[in-house]
Design a binder for this molecule. Structure first.
Ligand code: R2B
Ligand code: URA
Length: 314
């Protein structure tokens, strides 16, 4: 059956999808295609045996940077106590320089680039990949960086609700010249499970809060330090306080489309982003490189702990 064009922003009528274990592609046209080429991943149903390559995947981690997702693959290899050479972990998408993908046992690590359009292209092809590979019970995590709102830098925010720049918990997209709206509901149980994991790791401050997703890093996030700025310091602070008042604790650039596409396709998902600065204090990111590297590992530690617990390794 075809998904309705206009989905209720609260998504209550679709919450049952969360309980289902298969990956639900919501496109009736796919059935009649003889071959599906996942162009930006350099994979396809005729050129690759997708069930053999990916059928055992249970956890998918996505993050902006290709290098960070390679490090995550090496880290999770170690954490899962897998045998074999870490240096042998190769980029499955090496045939394209759009995205990088690494598989480590039941874990897939993929980069998505910056911003909603880059994330959404990757997710269309990733979700079809999981469908073609007949994966079941898959959980997705976005591990990333963000600007904190009223939090000490280095705090990890586990997203309760992803909201757009109007502070609405929805993702809007123009399709055939009309705006369609999808719910950005995330799995509450998974967020709580991640928060509980954070209490078991030393030096890992974490909170559950709302995450604002914008289409720009500078003016779009109320920064005063871009090439353009059309507002005052007071305007900026008023906007950030308004966001804080509806529970926003961090700002990044992909969470709404990630939450919306996962929700629609029946995939359990969580967003875990470390804050690099407190936006009430400034706009420039001047944290030393080593500190930044340590911060960026925090979401990885959290996800690794959850994965190892779910696999019964700890
Ligand atoms: C966080 O960091 C990037 C911008 O610096 C963007 O991809 C995001 O969501
Ligand atoms: N990523 C963002 O999108 N915003 C920040 O302030 C920091 C990282």
């Amino acid at each position: 059956t075809m998904a309705p064009i206009l989905l209720n922003a609260t998504g209550t009528d679709h919450s049952d999808y969360i309980e289902q274990e298969e990956v639900h592609v919501k496109n009736p046209h796919l059935d009649s295609m003889e071959e599906d080429i996942l162009y930006h991943l350099d994979l396809g149903t005729k050129t690759h045996n997708l069930p053999a390559m990916f059928g055992d995947i249970k956890f998918v981690c996505v993050g902006g940077s290709a290098n960070r997702m390679k490090s995550f693959a090496q880290f999770i290899h170690q954490e899962l106590g897998l045998s074999g050479d870490m240096a042998g972990i190769r980029d499955i998408c090496a045939g394209t320089d759009r995205y990088s993908m690494y598989k480590v046992g039941p874990v897939l690590s993929i980069s998505h680039g910056m911003g909603v359009p880059s994330m959404s292209i990757m997710l269309h092809e990733l979700i079809k990949l999981l469908h073609h590979a007949r994966c079941r019970d898959v959980i997705l995590f976005r591990i990333g960086t963000s600007g904190g709102v009223g939090l000490a830098p280095g705090t990890v925010v586990i997203t309760n609700q992803a909201v757009d720049s109007f502070l609405q918990p929805q993702f809007e997209q123009v399709v055939l010249g009309k705006v369609i709206v999808r719910s950005t509901e995330l799995d509450k149980g998974l967020a709580e499970e991640l928060l509980s994991c954070s209490t078991e790791i030393p030096n890992l401050p974490a909170v559950i809060g709302n995450t604002m997703c914008t289409h720009d890093f500078y003016e779009g996030q109320g920064r005063l330090d871009g090439a353009l700025c059309s507002f005052s310091t007071e305007d900026k602070l008023e906007y950030l306080h308004k966001a804080y008042d509806v529970g926003v604790r961090n700002i990044e650039m992909e969470s709404t489309v990630f939450a919306a596409m996962c929700h629609t396709c029946g995939l359990k998902a969580a967003v875990i982003c470390v804050t690099l600065l407190n936006r009430f204090e400034g706009d420039q990111i001047n944290t030393p490189h080593e500190v930044m590297l340590e911060y960026q590992q925090r979401p990885q530690f959290l996800v690794s702990r959850l994965i190892r617990k779910r696999l019964g390794l700890i």
